[in-house]
Design a protein around this ligand. Sequence first.
Ligand SMILES: O=P(O)(O)OC[C@H]1O[C@](O)(CO)[C@@H](O)[C@@H]1O
Length: 390
Amino acid sequence: MRLIIREDEEAASLYVANYIIGRIEHFSPTPANPFVLGLPTGSSPLGVYRILVERYKAGEISFENVVTFNMDEYIGIPRDHPQSYHTFMWQHFFSHVNIHPRNVHILNGNAPDLEAECVRYEAQIKAAGGIDLFLAGIGEDGHIAFNEPGSSLASRTRVKTLAYDTVLANSRFFGNDIAQVPKMALTVGVQTVLEAREVVVVVLGARKASALQHCIEDGVNHMWTLSSLQLHPYPMIVCDEDATLELKVKTVKYFKSIEQVALAEGFEQTLPTSLRTANTNTPLKKPLPPPTIITNTNGDSTPATTHTHTPPESESESSPTIFAPQPTTSRLLRASSPAAEYPLRMSRAASPELELVPDRMASRIIGGEALRGRLTPTPKVEGRVGVVGA
Ligand SMILES: O=P(O)(O)OC[C@H]1O[C@](O)(CO)[C@@H](O)[C@@H]1O
């Protein structure tokens, strides 16, 4: 684990922005071999996006050959809603740099089949050659993307119910009206994040201090899903001094000292060459047509659903058959049988009573009585949701 501690939010954001720029430059991306960047929303990465935009405008970095995948998106609010993550990303980053819209990937929280959307997203990541660097923020409860406490550490992109604490924290973006905050989201899974070649997490402010402490000083625990980063070969957390408030003095001194020693020795958090430069071993960097998706829950290959999007004629013959993703990267996490939550059984009937765990937190949400016993925010969405991921 690399823990980089900087004085304040600005210095931490600058470190991360410089780091990302350095990684893209070292990689020397091309159209055939783009740099694949995972991106978060929330207030934590705002400083990073601002600096990246400034550096782009100063001609210091290009996003011409960068492909992005966002971590998550709310379910059930329009794509052009002021608080949708689509809006957020275009407003704070994409509109200001030279990224090709076709290279931007954000989950569709209004997809007619949300489960198929999740499987499609994982297939797109795979087709892009995997994620080179996943930038992330965390929630106050230590969640990474929307992998709330109790999420399976083998989880993949899926439908997720948001924890009450997250709904409460995010209500500041919805006029402090909890009733307006979506209660569900699509999110990449913990395993999706762990499969990135490198993960960089921005943690800012005293309100994240407890989460940081649990994730750095305690063991790997599904109640603090950021702690899963301890299993990643190249994780880095960049935080400000306020976020270290709950860490032991010894921990803070240790991480500061190893950064100083590495700097003095000229290493500065150096990564292996294969990660710093274009990785020629990646299976595929050329954008693929939408795949035919087959879910496989029992080890057989019974086709359960077919993607409805038709690939362009010239590419259709190369459309791959992709099985719903299985946990593959971390041997520590590899289960002997497919993860219980994934792949999802596409043929399962949508039945909130049978599939969904009653939301006991609903009673804590103002006006939440209407939610008791069901987890979906609106009846319209309810009909589409078959399974809620762990
Ligand atoms: O940075 P903030 O505003 O604290 O929010 C962090 C939140 O944003 C997210 O990145 C949303 O995707 C979550 O991981 C987390 O809930």
